[in-house]
Design a protein around this ligand. Structure first.
Ligand SMILES: [Zn+2]
Length: 138
């Protein structure tokens, strides 16, 4: 009963559980719960699992820096007096803000990609069900 890839990815982009679509996966913006409160799956499926999420977040940050650099080049071609320190400051500020903003999305998107590539194993499904039963939501 695995959801289709598009559904899982859409759920990931909405910071929802890619497996069941349930929400409230975060204690606060930067802190993800260990398990989905709805279906009980464990998000960190193995040691170093979220390295992929960090890679997504890094890629978004680098992409934005590249766009800023293109903007700088375009402005520079029209006006030679464009302020370099202002662009460096904007780049630093944007990197920090984007990393913080996209952090939770990168985690749920990565969870969706990982689930699409590597479906839940029987032992993970059993573990999730036991967790749901133990917490009175079975
Ligand atoms: Zn779930």
């Amino acid at each position: 009963m695995r959801p289709p890839f598009g559904t899982m990815l859409k759920r990931g982009f909405l910071r929802h559980c890619p497996n069941c679509g349930g929400g409230h996966l975060f204690v606060h913006w930067l802190r993800m719960r260990e398990r989905c409160p709805t279906c009980g799956i464990k998000f960190e499926r193995e040691e170093g699992f979220f390295l992929g999420a960090f890679l997504i977040n890094f890629g978004i940050g680098e992409g934005l820096i590249a766009l800023l650099l293109f903007g700088y080049i375009i402005l520079l071609s029209a006006n030679k007096d464009v302020s370099i320190p202002a662009f460096i400051a904007a780049g630093i500020g944007m990197s920090i803000a984007a990393t913080l903003f996209f952090y939770p999305f990168s985690k749920t998107i990565w969870s969706a990609l990982d689930l699409a590539m590597k479906p839940l194993e029987d032992k993970e499904l059993t573990d999730a069900m036991e967790h749901r039963l133990k917490h009175g939501d079975g």
